[in-house]
Design a protein around this ligand. Structure first.
Ligand SMILES: Nc1ncnc2c1ncn2[C@@H]1O[C@H](COP(=O)(O)OP(=O)(O)OP(=O)(O)O)[C@@H](O)[C@H]1O
Ligand code: SF4
Ligand SMILES: [Mg+2]
Length: 337
């Protein structure tokens, strides 16, 4: 994983904060709270964390769809706001998004062919309707769909085929970056693997850079070179997949990995299954972040210091970073389970 500010990065995010509400004296929802990371060209970076931790908000901020109140987003070295001043269309040709629900993302009254051709026309990538229609079969083929499906409506094809159509619409503009927000969560398990393989293939063949959002660690391990673990608006651990899955250096990551026994180094090296860590209680409200380490009320490793002092990010090795006061011990804790 490349560091922020590296010339190889397509997107650099530094100390990003996104808040919602907060008028009339009520505390704002601090959905993204001081996030820094980089999206290196050609890499697939995973973003994981519980529901409500801020993954989609972060993605929407990168898309320029929600405003941020602090920090910066740099796109190929340029500030996002100045990049957007060149026009939303131009930015949309740089970064595209694929969502969890392909049915909701498609117009139910528009056939598949025209739905793809529409993107080409909106972005002026085809001179007229006939030229746009002529480009559709190639895009369908690119995502593994037969051209005869162009005449079908979204409800006449399967969920996996619909997600392929959404990917084809995203690819129509030949983006550099694809943000995939839970792209397989709504699909049958058998179809999930096919869509993951398609994304992998596109990453390799087209040199696509992907931010892959998921709550499923096994999927992230399969897809990504590096991973960001998010909790209550913070990135609490980040690093190469091999390092993070092999020696998690944050107790929250350790607990997530314990729920996927077959991917934990702990379970494998001990010759048996490491027991699952069940976290106490629900995640706190994003309106009221606990003091000190925000994970401390639920952390099985918490010490008195954790309720008082905010942990700073510690660099362990090879861009493997953790926001835990005891990051260096955490890998040993995980290994001893
Ligand atoms: N437009 C909004 N107005 C107010 N609060 C919002 C808004 N959008 C998101 N939130 C809140 O921000 C927090 C983060 O939400 P977000 O959708 O980013 O989480 P997520 O990690 O994508 O969750 P999930 O895994 O369920 O998709 C949540 O508490 C959510 O309720
Ligand atoms: S700083 Fe303390 S509470 Fe936070 S993750 Fe580390 S051990 Fe747990
Ligand atoms: Mg989400």
């Amino acid at each position: 994983m490349t560091s922020e500010g590296d010339g190889n990065n397509l997107i650099d995010v530094r100390d990003l904060e996104v808040r919602f509400g907060g008028r009339r004296g009520e505390a704002p929802v601090r959905a993204v709270n001081g996030v820094s990371f980089a999206l290196p060209a050609g890499e697939c970076v995973g973003l994981v964390g519980e529901s409500g931790c801020g993954k989609s908000t972060l993605a929407n901020a990168l898309m320029g769809l929600v405003p941020y109140q602090a920090g910066e987003i740099r796109v190929e070295g340029q500030d996002l706001s100045s990049r957007l001043s060149d026009g939303r269309g131009a930015y949309a040709r740089f970064v595209q998004m694929v969502f969890q629900d392909p049915l909701g993302a498609l117009n139910p009254r528009m056939r598949i062919g025209p739905a793809i051709a529409e993107v080409l026309r909106v972005h002026r990538l085809a001179k007229n309707d006939a030229e746009a229609a002529a480009m559709v079969p190639r895009l369908l083929d690119r995502v593994g769909l037969a051209s005869r499906l162009a005449s079908r409506y979204p409800h006449e094809i399967s969920g996996g085929q619909r997600q392929r159509v959404c990917i084809a619409r995203a690819l129509a503009v030949e983006p550099s970056v694809l943000i995939a927000d839970e792209p397989v969560s709504a699909l049958d398990v058998s179809v999930q693997v096919q869509i993951l393989n398609l994304l992998k293939e596109l990453q390799q063949d087209l040199g696509l850079t992907i931010l892959f959002i998921s709550h499923d660690l096994a999927t992230v391990q399969y897809m990504c070179e590096s991973v960001l673990v998010m909790y209550l608006g913070h990135v609490v651990e980040r690093g190469p997949v091999s390092a993070l899955f092999g020696a998690p250096a944050h107790p929250y990551t350790e607990s997530l990995l314990s729920a996927v026994p077959d991917v934990t180094r702990v379970g494998a090296s001990s010759g048996g299954r490491a027991s699952r860590i069940v976290l106490k209680g629900e995640p706190p409200s994003p309106r009221e972040h606990p003091p000190g380490c925000t994970f401390h009320p639920r952390c099985p490793r918490a010490q008195p210091q954790c309720a008082r002092d905010v942990p700073v990010e510690m660099v362990l090795a090879d861009s493997h970073c953790s926001q835990c006061h005891f990051a260096e011990q955490a890998a040993a804790w995980a290994a001893s389970r």
